[in-house]
Design a binder for this molecule. Structure first.
Ligand code: ATP
Ligand code: ZN
Length: 308
């Protein structure tokens, strides 16, 4: 807190953004900022960094501290998994503390789900099989909300890490933990049976109304860049040659951000060149279908930046 307070005193007029110091969200958070043109200068303490080219200071903290830093007014912006944000919001409501933040945008990383997993040998025919079992989790509130909706009771066993080993070490009957690929569950002899919550990283801010106009303007500008980066990452620029009478079939295959551009081909009156921004990634299967329609010289290019 001492360092955070020092930062606040030093930079009252700059926007403060909290991101995870080290963990699953750190790399993507740094990359996102870089793609938005933020030049980060990491300070020696490594708890604090500042943007050289814009009024933005960055606090590097544990992800669990980020919702509180926003809601208690210490930082204006934060990048946090919605799982942590929702869990902490539910805790705050229980202890009658205020829950105040604005969700500015869902981000395209940190995608995972909070799931209940049972031992492979357990016969599972529905959530009622979990009645009164001991469930190890770091997310008791999200879990309770899910079970309450289905009128099933359970005994929470709260762990702050290594939840996946709770079953094998006899601490719990089943577990409720974050999953992305499921490989950790396989390795521990567990099987996913209920999805309690779908999560992704989010950009959040203090209640936007409570911010001074200069900070609001800066946040809006940064948000537009973030939206542009995410849109560009989802999109592809596609170029191909196709016979004129196949144009409709080709455009039906491609999800376009805009109408395609059609260009004449030198020395060939039947064929045209088609250029378009696809709002989706182009997979090999789509390219093969384009080829079957007679398209040639198919090029798919990444887009670096986008602004609408
Ligand atoms: P910290 O030291 O900051 O408290 P942590 O150990 O609590 O870190 P991480 O494991 O780095 O947290 O996960 C951070 C966030 O990454 C999670 O809260 C979640 O939003 C997201 N995430 C994405 N995929 C997964 C996954 N497979 N397992 C765990 N978290 C995931
Ligand atoms: Zn954490």
């Amino acid at each position: 807190m001492l360092i955070i307070n020092k930062v606040i005193k030093l930079n009252k007029n700059r926007v403060r953004l909290a991101i995870q110091k080290s963990g699953r969200l750190s790399y993507d958070s740094h990359e996102l900022l870089k793609s938005c043109g933020v030049k980060i200068n990491l300070q020696k303490s490594s708890l604090f960094a500042f943007a050289e080219n814009m009024p933005l200071d960055i606090l590097l903290v544990r992800d669990d501290d980020i919702p509180g830093l926003i809601m208690d007014g210490v930082v204006e912006l934060g990048i946090i998994g919605s799982n942590v944000l929702k869990e902490q919001s539910l805790t705050r409501l229980l202890v009658k503390e205020s829950v105040s933040y604005t969700l500015l945008h869902k981000l395209d990383f940190g995608v995972c789900r909070l799931s209940v997993s049972v031992p492979l040998e357990m016969k599972y025919s529905g959530i009622s099989c979990l009645q009164n079992l001991r469930i190890a989790t770091s997310y008791p509130n999200l879990l309770k909300r899910y079970f309450d909706k289905q009128n099933v009771s359970f005994k929470p066993f709260i762990l702050n890490g290594s939840v996946e080993v709770a079953y094998n070490s006899g601490l719990a009957d089943v577990i409720c933990d974050l999953v992305s690929t499921g490989a950790t569950l396989d390795a521990n002899g567990l099987r996913e049976v209920e999805t309690v919550y779908h999560s992704c990283a989010c950009l959040i801010s203090q209640k936007i109304k409570s911010l001074v106009p200069e900070k609001k303007i800066f946040i809006k500008k940064l948000l537009n860049r973030i939206k542009g980066v995410i849109k560009a990452r989802e999109s592809k620029y596609i170029m191909l040659h196709i016979e004129k009478n196949k144009l409709n079939a080709v455009t039906n295959l491609l999800q376009g951000a805009e109408r395609p551009t059609i260009l004449e081909l030198f020395g060939n009156k039947n064929k045209v060149a088609l250029h378009m921004v696809s709002s989706e990634n182009i997979f090999w299967e789509t390219m093969e279908q384009l080829k079957l329609l007679g398209a040639s010289s198919i090029l798919v290019l990444p887009i670096e930046k986008m602004m609408e």
